[in-house]
Design a protein around this ligand. Structure first.
Ligand SMILES: Nc1ncnc2c1ncn2[C@@H]1O[C@H](COP(=O)(O)OP(=O)(O)OP(=O)(O)O)[C@@H](O)[C@H]1O
Length: 316
C-alpha cells in the first residue's frame, strides 16, 4: 500500500516474509486484532514520554497531549484528528511524532504496518507529476484506513510538497461519516513544517527582549499567526490550501526555538545514549557553540538539537 512497502515486497519479499513469520509477536498478532487492540492510546505513557524526553516545548507537548487525550475518549470521532507541527529544524517535530507513534503502536512490527510516513522530498519529488501523486496519495490513504481505521499518517518536509497536492486528501479529513463504506474518523494525520518557524522565533524573541518568560507566550495568537503565514507563504505546502480555508486542521502547533539550556539536555542525553561519561565541560562547550541566533544575543540554536549527535562524535 506504500511505495516503500511495495519495493520491499518486490525486492526482498522472501527475506521480509521470513523475518516477519519468525517473530513470535507477529505470529500471535492477527492483522485486525493488532489494529483494534491498540485502538486506545496509552495516554499515561504518552504523558510521561512527552514530559521527560522532550525539552523546551511546553506549548507543543501541552496541545499534543490534550488533543490526543480528548480523541482517545471518543468512541467514534466525527473526523480524523489533524495536527500541524511548525518550527525551526531540530526542534522536535519528528521526535514528538515518533513518541506518538510508539505510544499508539508499541510493537515495532505493528507500528510499521499502521504508521505511514510520507516524505515530500522522497515520495513527491517532481512537481509536474502532481496529478499522479494525488491519485496515489488518495489510494494509499483509502487502502490503509480500510485495513486499519486507527492509522497514523505523518507527512514530513511539508514545505517541499508540490502545490495543491495536500488538498487532494481534503475529503478524508473533513468528511463526517463514511466515504464509500470507509470510516476515517479514527485516523490521525500529522503535518511537519518548517514554515511558520520564523514567526514563532520572532514572537519568542520579542517576549525575551521584553524580559517575559517563554511560558507567557499565548498559544492562541501564535496559532492564528501560523495558519495565516502558511496560507500566504508560497514556499509552504499549505499555500492557498483548502485544508486551511475549510478549517480541517484541528491544531497548529508551535515548536519554540531551543535555547542553550535545552541543547545542554540534548547533549547530555546523547552522551548517555552513547555510553559516555556526562562531561560537564564538553556539554557546555557544545551547547555554547550551538546557541548561535541572533548573532548578538546567541539565545537560540538555529539547528535545534539536530546536529548534537555529530558534535558529540566529533568531540569524544
Ligand atoms: N525538543 C527536543 N527535546 C529533546 N530532544 C530533541 C528536541 N528537539 C530535537 N531533539 C533531538 O534532535 C533530534 C532531531 O530532531 P527532530 O528530527 O525531531 O527535528 P525536526 O523538528 O523534525 O527537524 P526538521 O524540521 O529538520 O525535520 C531528535 O531525534 C532528538 O534526538
Amino acid at each position: 500500500l506504500e511505495p516503500i512497502t511495495t519495493s520491499l515486497a518486490i525486492g526482498g519479499g522472501a527475506a521480509v516474509m521470513w523475518q516477519l513469520l519468525s517473530q513470535d509477536s507477529w505470529l500471535k498478532c492477527h492483522f485486525w486484532e493488532c489494529c483494534s487492540v491498540k485502538d486506545s492510546l496509552d495516554i499515561p505513557a504518552l504523558k510521561k514520554g512527552l514530559k521527560w524526553e522532550v525539552f523546551g516545548q511546553h506549548l507543543a507537548t501541552h496541545v499534543v497531549l490534550k488533543a490526543l487525550s480528548a480523541n482517545a475518549k471518543v468512541k467514534r470521532p466525527a473526523k480524523p484528528l489533524v495536527m500541524s507541527f511548525h518550527g525551526w529544524t531540530g526542534t522536535g517535530k519528528s521526535f514528538i511524532s515518533k513518541i506518538i507513534a510508539k505510544n499508539l503502536y508499541p510493537l515495532e512490527e505493528i507500528r510499521r504496518r499502521f504508521v505511514h510516513q510520507f516524505d515530500a522530498v522522497l515520495h513527491f519529488p517532481h512537481a509536474e507529476h502532481v496529478n499522479r501523486y494525488k491519485e496515489q496519495l488518495q489510494n494509499w490513504i483509502r487502502g490503509n484506513v480500510s485495513a486499519c481505521p486507527r492509522s497514523l499518517f505523518i507527512f514530513s518536509e511539508m514545505d517541499q510538497m508540490p502545490h495543491g497536492l495536500i488538498d487532494s486528501i481534503l475529503p478524508y479529513l473533513s468528511h463526517h461519516g463514511e466515504i464509500d463504506g470507509v470510516y476515517y474518523g479514527k485516523a490521525i494525520f500529522l503535518f511537519l513544517n518548517n514554515a511558520g518557524g520564523d514567526t514563532i522565533t520572532e514572537v519568542a524573541l520579542d517576549y525575551w527582549r521584553q524580559q517575559k518568560g517563554r511560558e507567557e507566550i499565548p498559544l492562541k495568537d501564535l496559532q492564528s499567526q501560523i495558519s495565516q503565514e502558511i496560507f500566504n507563504n508560497r514556499n509552504s505546502g499549505f499555500w492557498q490550501s483548502k485544508l486551511i480555508q475549510r478549517n480541517v486542521v484541528d491544531y497548529f502547533i508551535p515548536f519554540l526555538p531551543l535555547e542553550y539550556t535545552h541543547v545542554r539536555e540534548c547533549v547530555r542525553v546523547e552522551l548517555r545514549f552513547q555510553g559516555h561519561h556526562e562531561d560537564e565541560d564538553l556539554i557546555t562547550e557544545i551547547a555554547l557553540a550551538m546557541a548561535d541566533y541572533p548573532s548578538n544575543e546567541r539565545l537560540y540554536s538555529s539547528k535545534g538539537c539536530k546536529t548534537v549527535a555529530s558534535k558529540v562524535n566529533l568531540n569524544i
